[in-house]
Design a protein around this ligand. Sequence first.
Ligand code: GLN
Length: 596
Amino acid sequence: MDTFSLLSSLRNTSGDTEFYLPTPPGYQPGRTKYVVVVGTVMSGLGKGIFASSLAKCLQDKRLSVAPIKLEGYLNIDSGTLNPYRHGEVFVLDDGTECDMDLGTYERALDQNLTRLNFCTSGQIYRRVLDRERTGGYLGRDVQMIPHVTGEVKNRLRELAVASMADVVFVEIGGTVGDVENAYYIEAMRELAFEEGPNNVCFVALTYVMEPATLGEQKSKAAQLGIRSLMQCGVQPHIIACRAKNPVTQKVREKIALYSNVPPDRVFSMHDCDTVYAIPEMLRGAGVDQAVIDWLELHPRIDEESERRARDVWTQYVNHLRHAKRQVTIGITGKYTTVRDAYASIIKSLEHSGVALGCNVEMRWIDAGDLDDSTVEAALRGIDGLIIPGAFGTRGAAGKIACLRYSRENRLPCLGICYGFQMAVIEFARNVCGMDDANSTEIDTECRYPVISLLPEQRKIEGLGGSLRVGGHDVAITPSTLAAEMFGEKARLRFRHRYEVDPQYIQRLEAGGLVFSGRSPRADIMQILELPQTVHPFFMGTQAHPELTSRPLRPAPMFLGLVHAALRRVDASTPPHVDFSPAPIEQPAARKAEQVR
Ligand code: GLN
């Protein structure tokens, strides 16, 4: 009898066992395997990128994978986190506000994720406390072990059942030794015990230092980091060593010696020129093979599919490395020094650059103190402009000055969410003669509140909830640039509270602004543009198109912007861009699309 069935039967016979196995209906032990990635030594090693690249390697073999990020913090989701401290808030189609790592997974796997793929301590504790209040623990004191850890395992098994994945890919946030994630590691130890041998593979990501003063690699911190993990009762099966340079045989042997991991499963994951090269680096080193071996997944893999997926990816990396042309895109924003706050925008520009064969250089523009007299100098040398999302009032005037300059000087421009709202204000003020037009987010007393809270949002506001988040359909106006991009309908993701006030729509349209995307059900404006007879590319959207850009399927609005920028610097660029290029065939891409 396997361990899982044995433990379950104990519960069934005596009713009074120390084992606690809440398990979702339909769970088949052994059907789904688990890869658990933990970080040691320090944060910032690129654990998310490493884990998503490894997950991609498995997906390329036509294994279906379902990633889950376990966050240590007590927030229920990432909705209230400051992007300045934590990186951007990523939004899933189902409205989940989550860690930016989920964006990394969606892009790497070309797969839409759901709330099941994101777990915080807040969610776990909330469930445990709710269960306690509804009498779910029947006379027992509720403990970290087994109840809280039981709930963590339950979450993973729920994902296994819902996704029917071959492999659930677990990334534990933080670093071994953090108080916040200690119970996650304990839960994983229990998981490995319950699921039985060869059903859970532990991958420890560690760091090998190379102090400049010594000029050689030192393994002590890595040894101690792995030792801490082993003190938690977790024996890693694979160790990946992050380092500046390839990790030497000697250092890998030393780490192997101290960690009971054979040296051929201690891998060097040294820096490389682009994150897109990491899957190939993992394959080259044999990390994916080591996972397959440990989990005995050989019968489920498809080598032909892997070969094709590799070709596609290699082609992508080659395009990226050998781009001949270059454009510079300016990005205005509040968090000008923290790039993580704009991770998805940066990625979207990369995707479009690869598709168009150019390198996209980004220039950060502090809109804070710009006005009509200084904007020209600030925007000199850029070929296109992005005004990204934001909250509050800071930089609004500078952004409006940038939008005016772009509109009047035919500089390609994309306004995203707040940027869209600022474009409406600029147009109202400078074209439609509504001098005091504004957003009620900025000035509640303004004469023309062209951007304001919609009645339905006001209701939500009153209840203390807040944003309109998640994927919504957008109905596209025929014969517009948006129609060239999306056809009749688009699906975009949103995260906002304010909207164009419908009472000003007619006046704005009379001035020449085209609303080319609307909510199919309500009078909510979602996309604006200027006719191409007037401007080569001037577009805004209330949505966040950066959240749905994928390496092989760049978001059309970014493609349009970069293309227009390219035409500005290189007149030989063809006038039309193919917004839905025949997708490069990606065999395993959508196998693991998940049910909610
Ligand atoms: N602050 C604006 C709103 O709430 C824009 C939000 C955003 O840019 N994400 O509507």
